[in-house]
Design a protein around this ligand. Structure first.
Ligand SMILES: Nc1ncnc2c1ncn2[C@@H]1O[C@H](COP(=O)(O)OP(=O)(O)O)[C@@H](O)[C@H]1O
Ligand SMILES: [Mg+2]
Length: 255
């Protein structure tokens, strides 16, 4: 693979659910090692874009390329291999309530990587430390953890198998500002320590500015702007301007 080619590329992606056209001709390239943040209001298609990258949804038309492979053409086995290189941090952490912290984080190590339990325990403890949690949490259940701790466990699970790509869906939603900022620091940390490529979906501009190399704004299923945080902040597009300045009084400008 050409090292300069993007690690993830969406090309002319269209996706409808029923008669509702969620994504319209989306083109997006993510470069190796960058953190791209996708912003936009609720319901504009941010999670749907992320789910295409993870191969969880297939486009109606257009192509999704990840690490030089056309995701829609991969066999089940090929897709599983690709998913081994990806870590996904789902919204609301999405931990298995009946499993312990160890079992949650080690889930794929045991199932997809056939790792022994003792080796997995070693890895789990190391990942817990990386996300700033004590390793004596391993036997607790998610219900015994705070919201911020659950997010950290979700992140530890995503990085358990040393992914090359981490996809984050609203990693700070539902958290207080201090805990949100700790998660932002962790995202930056992962990028520095693990040299991963990250795609972060959020509607939190503070978080976007803090972690992004580039920001893409989605509106009505289309990418209406993409650039560095500075470029997005200075955008003259009235819609982008209104979103990033948070001036939500009055109707959104008509495009
Ligand atoms: N599996 C699905 N089935 C039907 N509608 C869906 C599905 N996934 C998403 N949608 C709809 O697509 C739109 C965009 O969803 P989503 O990508 O989750 O938006 P966002 O993450 O920006 O809030 C929403 O209106 C949502 O209801
Ligand atoms: Mg979403």
């Amino acid at each position: 693979m050409d090292p300069n080619s993007p690690i993830i590329r969406l090309q002319g992606v269209n996706k409808s659910f029923g008669t509702f056209k969620v994504l319209q001709n989306v083109d997006l390239e993510i470069r190796s090692g960058e953190t791209l943040v996708i912003i936009g209001r609720s319901g504009v298609g941010k999670s749907t874009i992320l789910r295409h990258m993870a191969g969880l949804v297939a486009p109606d038309s257009g192509e999704v390329w990840v690490e030089g492979q056309d995701v829609a053409r991969l066999s089940e086995g090929g897709l599983n291999e690709l998913r081994k290189k990806m870590g996904v941090v789902f919204q609301y952490a999405a931990l298995f309530d009946s499993l312990t912290v160890f079992e949650n984080i080690a889930f794929r190590l045991l199932r997809d990587f056939q790792m022994s339990r003792s080796k997995a325990l070693e890895v789990v403890k190391q990942k817990l430390e990386l996300v700033g949690l004590k390793d004596d949490l391993v036997d607790l259940k998610p219900a015994q953890l705070s919201g911020g701790m659950r997010k950290r466990v979700g992140l530890a699970r995503a990085i358990a198998a040393d992914p090359e790509i981490i996809l984050y869906d609203e990693p700070t939603s539902g958290l207080d500002p201090v805990t949100s900022d700790a998660i932002n620091d962790l995202i930056l940390d992962m990028q520095k320590k693990l040299k991963v490529t990250s795609v972060v979906v959020t509607h939190d501009m503070h978080s976007a500015y803090k972690v992004a190399n580039r920001i893409a704004m989605i509106y009505d299923g289309k990418i209406i702007g993409i650039g560095t945080p500075g470029e997005i902040q200075d955008s003259r597009d009235p819609y982008i301007h209104q979103f990033v300045t948070g001036s939500v009084n009055g109707p959104m400008p008509v495009r």
